[in-house]
Design a protein around this ligand. Structure first.
Ligand code: GZL
Length: 328
């Protein structure tokens, strides 16, 4: 009798051990030989806030077609709650085996990441990093925003060389985003090398309209500014409009530097109104899909694959040629 009870207990432990307690469900049936045609990607895009984002979205759509994978594109409309809801939706979708996130903000992802892990979904971060344990996602593919900030400060030092004043105004992106946090941090790490002081700093949420409104308000207070550091091109274009309406010559009276290197920035540099743009590469889809496929097949990836990026200035001799050759 005792041996039958012991056998029953052992059997229950074995069954629960196999079925009930595992953190992760098994990987896809195609592993370790999955191909792009087996990938069904749930892509959680931030929204459509400007030229950089448009190029980033186009990269994911075009590359999905080229590779023959299935893309389910979710537009979060720049609303964090909507982006989290979209993540839940993809976690519940039995067809989706890869989730790609361009996070609007760095925090608030624990629950959906755990849900994804339990459901056996591969999670890849693109563009924006998040504050989460590295074991909750396969890899992060995106720029070194802090380095973009340091590059920006170095270039602003060159622009303000020889000027008595070194007052710089900073137009900040979405304050919760990694791009805004890290660019601001990188700029402040390096600006002391030439005595730059950030005398005004405020969010303009990546937009032309808000970039103009914030700069207009500042100019009503003072015109003692030598440089404007806009954390993306759109906010710089807004600042340029505000300076012109205040009777100042952008790029001359006030030096302007921005980040992204979109077509709008090249147009403004060719007009002499923008001095420098620090590149931030939006064409990430090929790298991201390649990493997702490797993760789907059970490969372990480095936790960050940084993008390679340059710097462009209005006085480059071949600027028109460079502009003509760019994709965005
Ligand atoms: C950068 C990206 C930023 C761009 C902005 O990787 O996250 O978001 O710099 C965009 O133009 O809004």
């Amino acid at each position: 009798m005792k041996s039958r009870i012991l056998y029953g207990v052992l059997l229950m432990v074995l069954v629960f051990g196999l079925v009930g307690c595992g953190k992760k469900s098994a990987g896809p049936a195609c592993a370790p030989n999955c191909e792009y045609k087996d990938m069904v990607v749930g892509f959680l895009q931030t929204g459509s806030e400007g030229g950089w984002r448009a190029a980033n979205s186009a990269s994911f759509r075009e590359t999905a077609d080229q590779l023959g994978l299935t893309l389910k594109f979710y537009d979060s409309q720049n609303d964090l709650a909507r982006q989290v809801a979209g993540f839940h939706q993809f976690n519940q979708d039995p067809d989706v085996n890869v989730i790609i996130l361009a996070a609007l903000e760095t925090t608030g992802w624990e629950e959906v990441l755990k849900e994804a892990q339990a459901a056996g979904k591969v999670v890849v971060l693109e563009d924006r990093r998040i504050d989460a344990s590295e074991d909750m996602y396969a890899t992060y593919i995106g720029s070194d925003f802090a380095e973009e900030g340091r590059k920006s400060a170095n270039e602003m030092c060159k622009l303000l060389e020889g000027m008595a004043g070194k007052n710089v105004w900073e137009l900040v992106g979405n304050v919760g985003s990694s791009a805004a946090k890290d660019r601001g941090q990188g700029f402040r790490e390096t600006m002391g090398a030439c005595g730059i002081e950030v005398t005004k700093s405020q969010t303009a949420n990546w937009s032309i309209t808000e970039g103009k409104e914030v700069t207009e308000a500042w100019l009503k207070e003072t015109q003692d500014v030598q440089g404007i550091f806009a954390q993306n091109d759109e906010m710089a274009l807004g600042a340029i409009e505000a300076l012109k309406e205040a009777g100042l010559t952008p790029g001359v009276d006030v030096k302007i530097l921005s980040v992204d290197a979109t077509a709008g920035a090249f147009k403004a540099m060719l007009a002499g109104e923008l001095n420098v743009t620090v590149e931030c590469n939006p064409l990430l889809a090929p790298q991201v899909y390649e990493a997702a496929l490797k993760a789907l097949n059970g490969e372990t990836l480095p936790k960050w694959i940084p993008s390679q990026e340059g710097v462009f200035s209005f006085d480059m001799p071949n600027l028109q040629e460079i502009a003509d050759g760019r994709k965005y």
